[in-house]
Design a protein around this ligand. Structure first.
Ligand code: FES
Ligand code: FES
Length: 168
């Protein structure tokens, strides 16, 4: 029996902790955002965040994530209300088959949380572990740039309205 906290929700699971986290997320919790690509830690389609850091869930035993905070694609937004990175990928139409995109979004989200203004090289380096076999790279890069810019604008807007509130 292990307990995992995924997207803020606690799950008590009657599973072997040595199973890959990806299998538990998809088969036992029903979160299919993270994808099975290679199953060998080589493609990044299974990327999720543990305590905000990207991990390859196909080669991470579930027990490693116990007591920590797991975030999957579903934790970033919904169909009706996508998160900023998800929205940017939609706006840039950054997908062909789409299989790599959940992993790309998770890695981009982690990057923008720690670096709001990444350079082109920093974006490329951060996304390097994730592969796209359709060759959608240029659109993916554009989506990450757009997400970064929109998140900065939203933050600036929030900060200035906060100041206005404070000065009332
Ligand atoms: S499925 Fe995990 S890295 Fe490919
Ligand atoms: S869009 Fe098909 S693998 Fe990236």
């Amino acid at each position: 029996m292990i307990t995992l906290t995924v997207n803020g929700q606690r799950h008590d699971l009657d599973v072997e902790g040595v199973e890959p986290l990806l299998y538990i997320l998809r088969d036992d919790i029903g979160l299919n955002g993270a994808k099975f690509g290679c199953g060998l830690g080589q493609c990044g389609s299974c990327t999720v965040l543990i305590d905000g850091k990207p991990v390859l869930s196909c080669i991470t035993p579930a027990i490693v994530a116990q007591g920590r905070s797991i975030t999957t694609l579903e934790g970033l937004g919904t169909l009706r209300e996508p998160g900023p990175v998800q929205r940017a990928f939609i706006e840039e139409q950054a997908a062909q088959c789409g299989y790599c995109i959940p992993g790309m979004i998770m890695r981009a989200h982690a990057l923008l949380k720690r670096n709001a203004s990444p350079s082109e090289q920093e974006i490329r380096t951060a996304l390097q572990p994730n592969l796209c076999r359709c060759g959608t790279h240029m659109r993916i890069l554009a989506a990450v740039r757009r997400a970064a810019s929109e998140m900065r604008q939203a933050q600036a807007g929030g900060a200035s309205s906060g100041h206005q509130e404070a000065s009332r």
